[in-house]
Design a protein around this ligand. Structure first.
Ligand code: IPM
Ligand code: MG
Length: 329
C-alpha cells in the first residue's frame, strides 16, 4: 500500500514524524510518498498545491496529513477542501472518547460517541457569489450525498451500539428536511434505531449528557462545529484524530491546526496524530490497531505528556514512548 505523507506547516512537521515512528513499529509493507504542501511551499514557489500534487496523491491509497497554515492570499482555496473534493472523501469520521486520566471541561469520562460529518456538500459546496453589498453561499443537500453518509453512519452504528442521532435544523432550513428524511429512511433500511436533534439543542445536550450518544450523523458545517466543541469534552482539541473516508481513498488528519504559536519548539502534543495512525490501521483492517490505544493509555498513565496536558515531555519523547511500548508488546 502507498501512503502519501503530508506534514504541512507548523506543528504538522513535528507531530507527523512522531506518528510515523508509531506506524513503523507495525512493520507493514507501506511505501511512503512525501509531499511538501502548504504555506512554506507557497512562500517558496507561489503555489501551495498543484494539480500534479493531487495526481500524485491519487496514485496513493491513503494520506497521513499534519496541518496547513492558511495562505494570506485572497484567492487561496483551502488545500484540505481541495483534497477532500478531489478524492471524494465523503465521510469525515471523528471519534470522541475520553483518554485515561485526562479530564475534559465537564469532568466526565463515561461517553464514547462518533461524529460522522458529511464532507462534500452543505455549506462547503464552494458555490459562492460575492458582491460588494451582498454575498451568497449555496448550501447543497442532495439525496445521493445524504444517502451515502447515512449509510456510512449506519454501517458504523451496526458495529457499535446500533443507535444513530441525526442532527439537523429542519425547523428553519428546508434543505435539512431532505437530509433528515433520507437519514431516517436509511436507518430504517439498516435496522438501526434512530432519533434526531436540532443542532442547537444538540450542542447543549452534548455538553450535558454526552453519554446518551453513539453515532451522530450531520451535515458539513454542523459537524465541523460540534467536533471542535467536543474537543472540550475530551480536554483538548489536541487529542482528537479524524478520518476522511471515500470509496477509494482515505485521509487521516488530527482535528487540530498548525498552531504557529508553538511550532518549532518540539512541544506539540502528537497524540491526535498518533491516534490517526490507529484509524489508518483500522481502515487497513489491521487487527492490532487497538494496541495503539493501549500504548497511548500507557504514556498517559506514566505522565509522559506534553505541556498542554501539564507535562514536561516533548513531542518526540511522547512518540518514542508510544513506539517503545508497541515494540515490546
Ligand atoms: C476541520 C477544519 C477544516 C474544516 C478547515 C481547516 C477547512 O476546521 O477539519 O474541521 O472546516 O473542515
Ligand atoms: Mg474544524
Amino acid at each position: 500500500m502507498k501512503l502519501a505523507v503530508i506534514e504541512g506547516d507548523g506543528i504538522g512537521r513535528e507531530v507527523i514524524p512522531a506518528a510515523l515512528e508509531v506506524l513503523d513499529t507495525f512493520g507493514l509493507d507501506i511505501e511512503k510518498v512525501s509531499l511538501e504542501l502548504g504555506y512554506a511551499r507557497w512562500e517558496r514557489t507561489g503555489a501551495a498545491m498543484t494539480e500534479e500534487d493531487l495526481d500524485l496523491i491519487k496514485e496513493c491509497d491513503a494520506v497521513l496529513f499534519g496541518a496547513i497554515t492558511t495562505v494570506p492570499d485572497p484567492n487561496y482555496k483551502s488545500i484540505l477542501l481541495a483534497i477532500r473534493k478531489g478524492l471524494d472523501l465523503y465521510a469525515n469520521v471523528r471519534p470522541i472518547k475520553p483518554l485515561p486520566g485526562i479530564a475534559g471541561v465537564t469532568g466526565r469520562s463515561d461517553f464514547d460517541f462518533v461524529i460522522v460529518r458529511e464532507n462534500t456538500e452543505g455549506l462547503y459546496s464552494g458555490i459562492e457569489e460575492l458582491h460588494e453589498d451582498a454575498a451568497y453561499t449555496r448550501r447543497v443537500i442532495t439525496r445521493r450525498g445524504s444517502e451515502r453518509i447515512a449509510a456510512y453512519a449506519c454501517e458504523l452504528a451496526k458495529k457499535r451500539d446500533n443507535r444513530l442521532t441525526i442532527v439537523h435544523k429542519s425547523n428553519v432550513i428546508k434543505a435539512d428536511k431532505l437530509f433528515l428524511d433520507v437519514c431516517r429512511e436509511t436507518a430504517e433500511d439498516y435496522g438501526v434505531e434512530s432519533s434526531d436533534m436540532l443542532v442547537d439543542a444538540m450542542a447543549y445536550s452534548l455538553m450535558k449528557q454526552p453519554e446518551k450518544y453513539d453515532v451522530v450523523v450531520t451535515t458539513n458545517l454542523y459537524g465541523d462545529i460540534l467536533s471542535d466543541m467536543s474537543g472540550a469534552l475530551v480536554g483538548s482539541l489536541g487529542l482528537l484524530p479524524s478520518a476522511n473516508i471515500g470509496e477509494k481513498y482515505a485521509f487521516f488528519e488530527p482535528v487540530h491546526g498548525s498552531a504557529p504559536d508553538i511550532a518549532g519548539k518540539g512541544i506539540a502534543n502528537p497524540l491526535a496524530a498518533i491516534l490517526c495512525v490507529k484509524m489508518l490501521l483500522e481502515w487497513l483492517g489491521e487487527k492490532k490497531a487497538s494496541l495503539v490505544d493501549e500504548a497511548v493509555s500507557h504514556v498517559l498513565q506514566n505522565k509522559i505528556i506534553t505541556p498542554d496536558l501539564g507535562g514536561t515531555s516533548g513531542t518526540a519523547d511522547v512518540g518514542h514512548a508510544v513506539a517503545e511500548y508497541l515494540r515490546s508488546h
